[in-house]
Design a protein around this ligand. Structure first.
Ligand code: AHM
Ligand code: MG
Length: 335
């Protein structure tokens, strides 16, 4: 059982045995991610100063080119992981193809690949609303020491060895799992340390919040329309509360603490859904299940989907177990 007030560094050392294959490699990898997260956090916090420091494509007072924050975050995470030679491959929502990391001084003997969405919900930055980073870690399937291949990344979510997100919110948090429950750490910006603030996070089994972009209602499948009407009915503990930030990490984080369901279904305009299986849904689904919740595409478990391509999209129903089961019932009824 984790001790509150521990730092993330202390927590990793104390729970080394929970890390799959515990050679220290995964601990070093999480350490690299928390370092990059601090750098990105610093930049995200300055976003409101864009009028003063210059916007994307402009040159700031120091003569440096300004970058869009999602591009910046993508580069920072890739640079940190590459420079520390801590993984053998990276795939990112921001890049068309995966990156092979060969290692400058030696063959790359690392066994992990990272898939990430470096800055999810980045359209919210201009209005000072929380955004997040999502990451997913797998053990490679091709031989160690050879260049990584597409098949190293196209693994079903149930083979993830770790996953997490960073939420750049009113405070900045890193939440992750290695398959032994979910723990949340809050950054103390003055000290630059992450403290265990949310040990053993759990989705309430049931909840009363539903999060969906209801503006797309006319484009939703019938099952989703019916479920929304069920949420709004005056019966038992309903109507539920509607809360949608439009920044998935924030919506999921709130629902994990308070109890709720997040839905991004397929629509007539986006027939596969909008969210990406590998960079967004799989890591969030792994965390959700580890926290006692469910994650589904409306019909089957997200973590059992065998991906066919890097940027594959999927409908996403995620949150408190009973709410996801109920939404699935409506989907199956109208199928
Ligand atoms: P992004 O990766 O381009 O930021 O898109 C993902 C985001 C999610 O965080 C959020 O849940 C969703 O897009 C919101 O989409 P919409 O504006 O269609 O409701
Ligand atoms: Mg995204």
């Amino acid at each position: 059982m984790p001790t509150p007030k521990q730092t993330l560094g202390e927590f990793i050392i104390e729970n080394q045995a929970d890390f799959p294959y515990s050679s220290g490699e995964l601990s070093r990898l999480i350490n690299s991610l928390r370092l990059a997260a601090k750098v990105v956090n610093h930049e995200v916090n300055k976003a409101g100063l864009v009028d003063i420091l210059g916007a994307n494509g402009e040159t700031n007072v120091q003569g440096e080119d300004q970058q869009k924050l999602d591009v910046y975050a993508n580069r920072k995470f890739i640079q940190t992981l590459t420079n520390r030679e801590i993984v053998c491959g990276i795939a990112s929502e921001e890049s068309d193809d995966f990156i092979q990391i060969s290692g400058q001084n030696r063959d790359n003997k690392n066994k992990y690949v990272v898939l990430m969405d470096p800055l999810d919900g980045s359209s919210n930055i201009d209005v000072n609303v929380s955004v997040g980073t999502i990451f997913s870690i797998y053990r490679r399937v091709t031989p160690i020491g050879t260049p990584v291949q597409l098949e190293d990344f196209l693994q079903p979510g149930n083979l993830q060895v770790a996953a997490g997100y960073i939420i750049y919110g009113t405070s900045t948090m890193l939440v992750y799992t290695t398959g032994h429950g979910v723990n949340g750490f809050t950054l103390n910006p003055a000290l630059g340390s992450w403290y265990l603030s949310h040990p053993n996070m759990k989705f309430p089994e049931n909840g009363s919040i539903y999060s969906i972009n209801e503006g797309n209602y006319v484009h939703f499948p019938q099952g989703v329309k019916d479920y929304i009407k069920y949420c709004q009915e005056e019966k038992e503990d309903r109507p539920y509360t509607s809360r949608y930030i439009g920044s998935m990490v924030s919506d999921i984080h709130r629902n994990m603490i308070k109890g709720g369901i997040f839905i991004y279904p397929k629509t007539s305009k986006a027939p596969e859904g909008k969210l990406r299986l590998l960079y967004e849904c799989n890591p969030i689904a792994f965390i959700t299940e580890q926290a006692g919740g469910n994650a589904s595409d409306g019909f089957q478990r997200i973590l059992d989907i065998k991906p066919a391509e890097l940027h594959q999209r999927t409908p996403f129903f995620c949150g408190s177990k009973k709410m996801v089961e109920k939404a699935e019932e409506f989907m199956k009824r109208s199928d």
